[in-house]
Unconditional design. Structure first.
Length: 274
């Protein structure tokens, strides 16, 4: 089986320091957390930003500062969110890609009702712009799938933009309003993507462990971190993102998978070095 790529998603937009005091939110805290996660075996960092009040922001200067701090410390592959603030307009969701030209960026392949409260908007117009931006800047999209129909949207942009193939999918399971986090659903999704695609998966919250174990056994990649889950076990808060990465790396090895380095990811994905 191919080496297992571990992505760390250290911050996200949902959790607060009140939920878990170890959540990194400032550029220097995020860079420290990414560095520790890289030491523990993470090859990709999926980054979100917070403003001075720890609220989600897509402000380009926060991304610029944080990415510079991470790059000073380690060679982890940088994957920037394009959906770090549910209220942000299309322009600001793309501005940091132009400024930084990261090696990877998230591509949420459709809209959904988010946690029964808000609409997570990824309009056809936005997705067409995002697809063109990542193609023109040679940024590898990580196509996030929250529900089956989003794979059809992804196929549309792969064909029409076109996006360079094979593409990499990230299956997000167990989001309220999205596809439930069952192993049956994970297996189903892996059979719907274009042949030759690579994929990763994670379950939200308590679904984290079963989906991680299943993904590793099925030959996929995994994502861990406070964006998806702030607990190490039931009722026990994780002490750091690195603690979650360490367990993922340990499980991968127990299941006979070597853990990919950033260099492996660059070769496997054919990334342009930023
Ligand atoms: Zn994210």
């Amino acid at each position: 089986m191919r080496k297992a790529i571990i992505t760390v998603a250290p911050t996200g937009e949902g959790a607060t320091k009140r939920d878990n005091p170890a959540l990194p939110t400032t550029p220097s805290e995020i860079a420290d957390s990414v560095y520790e996660s890289w030491q523990a075996g993470a090859a990709i960092a999926h980054l979100h930003m917070r403003d001075a009040d720890d609220k989600p922001t897509m402000a380009t200067d926060r991304f610029v500062e944080t990415v510079a701090r991470v790059r000073e410390r380690c060679d982890i592959v940088i994957n920037l969110t394009t959906a770090g603030d549910i209220h942000a307009g299309d322009d600001i969701r793309l501005a940091h890609l132009q400024a930084i030209r990261p090696e990877m960026a998230s591509f949420d392949a459709g809209s959904m009702n988010w946690a029964y409260q808000e609409v997570f908007v990824n309009s056809p117009a936005f997705l067409a712009r995002l697809a063109k931006t990542v193609r023109d800047l040679d940024i590898k999209p990580e196509i996030e799938i929250f529900d089956t129909g989003m794979i059809d949207n992804a196929r549309h942009y792969i064909k029409t933009t076109p996006l360079r193939q094979p593409v990499h999918f990230q299956f997000v399971l167990g989001c309220p309003g999205g596809m439930p986090a069952t192993i049956e659903n994970l297996i189903y999704l892996t059979r719907q993507i274009p042949e030759g695609s690579t994929w990763s998966a994670f379950g939200i919250g308590r679904h984290h462990i079963p989906i991680m174990a299943a993904a590793l056994l099925l030959g996929g990649d995994v994502r861990v971190g406070f964006e998806d889950n702030i607990y190490y076990a039931k009722g026990q808060l994780a002490t750091s993102n690195a603690q979650l990465v360490e367990r993922a790396a340990r499980l991968a090895r127990e299941f006979g998978r070597e853990v990919a380095t950033p260099g492996d990811v660059r070769a496997d994905f054919g990334l342009r070095r930023a």
